[in-house]
Design a protein around this ligand. Structure first.
Ligand SMILES: Cc1cc2nc3c(=O)[nH]c(=O)nc-3n(C[C@H](O)[C@H](O)[C@H](O)COP(=O)(O)OP(=O)(O)OC[C@H]3O[C@@H](n4cnc5c(N)ncnc54)[C@H](O)[C@@H]3O)c2cc1C
Length: 302
């Protein structure tokens, strides 16, 4: 109850705050506003032993010109990653490069990115957005994977359907996916609402991936899940090249990231950047007000 009132309060006051205050809060989760700034952060992460994935902030692009512009920016990032020999791939949201405009626009832009990923020996992750586009995103991933090896997608543990989706994708052999809880507000008719049950589904999906040798990016900050994952790795004797841990840039992890590295486990940090940071952060806050609580907890911890 108190948590919910607090969350509503934060959402109401955010638009009234001066931009520099919002940036001071959001800035620790965003790697600047330019490619150079973001890749600088990636370089620093690489130096500490972490891999990275870069995401240009934004979604639901409405014009062809803008979708082209975002696609070209991603292409420039692939070139820079290659030039600077960074350990970094790219994550994109389909709605950012044309999904809301037309299937053709999206496919054309995705093909450009996948050709570039192939040319630069890199990888592209198709992020998962809300349940309105789960079917489309999975079909898109399947059709891309028929043509290109270096592509992966995301499944969300809060969706009841994810178990079937994972089983169905596994029928065509191994592939690469990120497993996360899911960030969008979804109806109880399609999505598990209780944290304990989401965690249990997360572990069920992870067990399936490990047993079926499907490469999985374990994307969570939930320490209970990490503890269970360590047990599962031991129980199934999973090799360290079968998975990686993934976290969002700036989220405190109580020493777990260093722990992963000591165990020779790969850790990939999701590095978002871009001029759309304000709209993106406030939209996310409206969709999932719990983020307000995380940020405040983090500020006090620091
Ligand atoms: C690398 C990565 C990629 C992702 N990609 C997608 C995607 O494609 N589609 C999608 O729907 N969702 C995506 N997500 C978001 C994910 O679905 C969850 O909403 C988010 O990670 C919070 O869930 P959690 O597993 O960390 O557990 P929670 O139970 O939500 O959080 C566990 C603890 O972690 C801390 N924490 C969590 N998030 C934050 C935060 N933002 N700031 C500060 N502290 C925090 C809090 O202390 C919290 O108590 C991604 C997450 C990661 C890490």
């Amino acid at each position: 109850m108190i948590k919910s009132i607090f969350n509503q309060f934060i959402i109401k006051i955010t638009p009234l705050l001066p931009l520099w205050i919002v940036w001071k809060i959001a800035g620790r989760y965003v790697a600047g506003k330019s490619i150079a700034g973001a890749l600088d952060v990636v370089g620093q992460l690489n130096a500490k032993g972490y891999s990275a994935t870069v995401d240009i902030l934004g979604e639901h692009t409405k014009s062809e010109t803008e979708a082209d512009h975002i696609t070209n920016e991603y292409i420039a990032i692939y070139d820079e990653i290659s030039k600077q020999e960074l350990d970094c791939n790219i994550s994109i949201k389909p709605s950012h490069i044309g999904q809301d405009i037309s299937k053709d626009t999206l496919q054309t832009n995705l093909d450009k990115l996948l050709s570039k990923a192939e040319e630069t020996h890199n990888f592209l992750r198709i992020d998962m957005e809300s349940s309105a586009v789960t079917d489309d995103t999975i079909s898109l991933f399947k059709s891309c994977y028929e043509k290109y090896e270096q592509v992966g997608t995301v499944l969300q543990a809060y969706l009841y359907r994810s178990e079937k989706d994972l089983e169905s994708l596994a029928q065509n052999g191994s592939f690469n996916f990120r497993l996360c809880k899911g960030i969008y507000k979804e109806s109880p008719s399609i999505a598990i609402q209780r944290r304990r049950k989401i965690n249990s589904n997360f572990m069920k999906l992870l067990r399936f991936a490990f047993k079926n040798k499907i490469y999985v990016g374990i994307a969570t900050h939930d320490l209970d899940i990490l503890k269970s994952t360590y047990k599962l790795i031991e129980e199934l004797n999973v090799q360290s090249d079968a998975f990686e841990f993934q976290v969002l840039y700036g989220v405190p992890m109580s020493g777990w990231l260093q722990n992963h590295l000591k165990n020779n486990f790969k850790v990939r940090v999701y590095v978002p950047y871009g001029i759309d940071w304000y709209a993106y952060s406030t939209r996310r806050l409206k969709e999932n007000p719990n983020i307000a609580g995380y940020i405040l907890k983090d500020m006090f911890r620091r």
